[in-house]
Design a protein around this ligand. Structure first.
Ligand code: DX5
Ligand code: ZN
Length: 215
């Protein structure tokens, strides 16, 4: 299991001291939750903070755009060469064009679905995707509970994406109690916010979560 640390749940001002100590074997990606106050009511951070974070660590970035009109924003993240750039299927009528633009930039293409969005919403664009970021909470906050329908939706998406070489990433409410089950269902990457940061030692907790996932 790969772990993507959601710094939304961290004390942002403490990251300069803390982040250089993150080890790649414990934390695989830094998950950047970009929120615009439009697609989601909250505003988090954007390309300026992403640039600072990029300076602090060699761990690749995993950019999660929770913004209306992602077409107007994706290009701002190309210079950071993220592992992946993910947009929400609910936010665009031009998913194919957007996916092609991201792929051309050298990052993997991710698409995200809110809990209420059916898996079928992405069934016709699978050849354009490298990763599906399945939300298991409504986006906007860290620290929410994993939705009741999360596991069955993971199974459906796993089946649907078979043969396309698509990675499956789960975001929201992941912690010590469910990471093994997620691993057993074939999830490749777990985003973890509060489940990492509330322990006070995200590096050690990343290691522990990976061990728990192995069982
Ligand atoms: C929610 C964000 C998540 C969130 C995860 O809008 O996309 O990445 O920060 O936090 P936890 O793990 O606490 O649910
Ligand atoms: Zn996220």
């Amino acid at each position: 299991m790969k772990i993507s640390a959601s710094i939304l749940a961290a004390q942002i001002t403490g990251l300069a001291a803390e982040m250089p100590g993150y080890k790649k074997e414990n934390i695989d990606f830094i998950h950047m939750d970009v929120m615009d106050g439009n697609f989601v009511p909250q505003i988090s951070f954007g390309e300026a903070i992403t640039k600072e974070v990029k300076r602090l660590t060699e761990i690749p970035l995993d950019v999660h755009l929770m913004v209306a009109k992602p077409e107007d924003h994706v290009h701002k993240y190309f210079e950071f060469k993220p592992y992946c750039i993910t947009f929400h299927i609910e936010t665009t009528h031009f998913a194919v064009r957007l996916a092609e633009e991201i792929r051309k930039s050298g990052s993997k293409v991710g698409v995200s679905l809110n809990p209420a969005t059916p898996p079928e919403a992405i069934s016709t664009i699978l050849p354009y995707l490298d990763l599906v970021l399945l939300m298991t909470v409504d986006p906007g906050f860290y620290g929410q509970s994993f939705v009741k329908t999360g596991f069955e939706k993971i199974e459906k998406i796993r089946k649907m994406t078979q043969g396309y070489g698509i990675e499956l990433e789960v975001d929201g409410g992941v912690n010590e109690s469910n990471i093994k089950q997620l691993s057993d269902l074939g999830v490749d990457i777990c985003v973890v916010g509060s489940g990492l940061y509330k322990t006070g030692n995200p590096n050690e907790q990343g290691k522990k979560l990976k061990e728990l996932a192995k069982g």
